[in-house]
Design a protein around this ligand. Structure first.
Ligand SMILES: C[S@@+](CC[C@H](N)C(=O)[O-])C[C@H]1O[C@@H](n2cnc3c(N)ncnc32)[C@H](O)[C@@H]1O
Length: 334
């Protein structure tokens, strides 16, 4: 219904300049003070009452006039309603009018006082939320898990990636990593030697249009030199008879400065994994990984053991982030 009254007024006064129809809502100092507040901050009615020091019935009446005339918008949030200025983008005349009136109003003593009260009300809002968190600090970990689960941050973190990157998911298996990366980057090239794994990945990723599945070996990647901005080797390296070749190949496929993310197991004694799952290596130590990556041409290594998931039965994992060394003339990127 936004703009309904504006249209009705224009129709009721055919021929009169449209600006006259917009003047009446602004021709009141309380409404101008309210609009000024709402231009800088979304507020509830009780907050507006506290700033303007007026009863709720008065403030609500003025807000209704502003809302009916399209100067403010209302956003329901649970049991609260939040008000904000909404000077119609498609109405340059309204913009010019409010620029003029708002500037005049902002210099008035009443508006200056409003501004001071607004600041104290906002700081009360902040301290209410701090109060909640200081009393709930100890329970927050449990509450966070209860409300949102344990996975949501992992799903969100790939949004930190550059959206124009091409990322290689090397040894993609059924495509779990590709599935989390694809929505955030330009393209994912998912590579695996196993046709059944690739088929499962194809089904999982059928709705992702920026994923390319390629069949091939990690020791001879089906990827051009420097084609990748970043690559993951997730739970794969322990399968290779020659991890050095895999890492050197990964470096070849990355552009200078490109990033590698390697996740694998710390040294363990589950010898049965060799037979059960074809593991060649029973995990890797930090020293081994650092030596292999450095020899392959990576630098800026960040090795960290990953906190074990209480529900996981397998060995503890580590992560290493690394960058392919830039070419000598290339400046370091941050
Ligand atoms: C344990 S799965 C991990 C899959 C996936 N990265 C993940 O995190 O779910 C290992 C995958 O690596 C693939 N793989 C193992 N050795 C490989 C090699 N030399 N070349 C290409 N793929 C290989 C296997 O086919 C399998 O799909």
């Amino acid at each position: 219904m936004k703009g309904f009254n504006k249209a009705a007024k224009a129709a009721a006064n055919p021929g009169s300049p449209a600006i006259l129809g917009r003047l009446s809502a602004l021709a009141d100092p309380i409404r101008c003070r309210a609009l000024l507040l709402l231009s800088s901050q979304e507020l509830t009615v009780s907050e507006i009452c506290a700033v303007l020091q007026l009863p709720q019935s008065t403030v609500s009446r003025h807000l209704k006039v502003l809302a009916d005339d399209g100067w403010i918008a209302v956003r329901p949030e649970g049991t609260s309603r939040f008000y904000s200025a909404a000077v119609d983008e498609s109405d340059p005349m309204a913009h010019r009018l409010w620029d003029l009136v708002g500037d005049e109003m902002a210099g008035s003593p009443a508006a200056e006082q409003d501004q001071l009260r607004l600041e104290s009300i906002l700081s009360r809002r902040r301290s209410r939320s701090l109060e909640f968190f200081s009393s709930a600090a100890e329970e927050w970990a449990g509450l966070r898990r209860e409300l949102f689960g344990t996975q949501f941050d992992l799903g969100a973190l790939p949004a930190l990636l550059d959206d124009d990157w091409t990322v290689g998911d090397l040894g993609c298996g059924t495509g779990a990593v590709t599935e989390s990366l694809a929505p955030f980057v330009s393209k994912v090239i998912a590579i695996d030697a196993s046709a059944p794994m690739l088929e499962a990945a194809r089904q999982r990723l059928s709705t992702q249009h920026n994923v390319e599945l390629r069949e091939g070996e990690l020791e001879r990647l089906p990827v051009a030199d420097g084609e990748l901005d970043a690559a993951t080797l997730m739970l794969v390296l322990h399968h290779s008879a020659d991890p050095q070749i895999v890492l050197t190949e990964s470096a070849r496929a990355l552009r200078p400065g490109g990033r590698l993310l390697l996740v694998d197991m710390l040294p363990h004694d589950r010898d049965e994994y060799r037979k059960q799952m074809g593991h060649v290596w029973l995990g890797f130590s930090e020293e081994q990984v650092v030596e292999l990556l450095t020899a392959a041409g990576f630098e800026r290594l960040r090795f960290r053991p990953l906190p074990p998931d209480p529900d996981a039965k397998g060995p503890t994992l580590f992560v290493v982030g690394a960058r392919k060394k830039p070419t000598p003339s290339q400046p370091r990127t941050r």
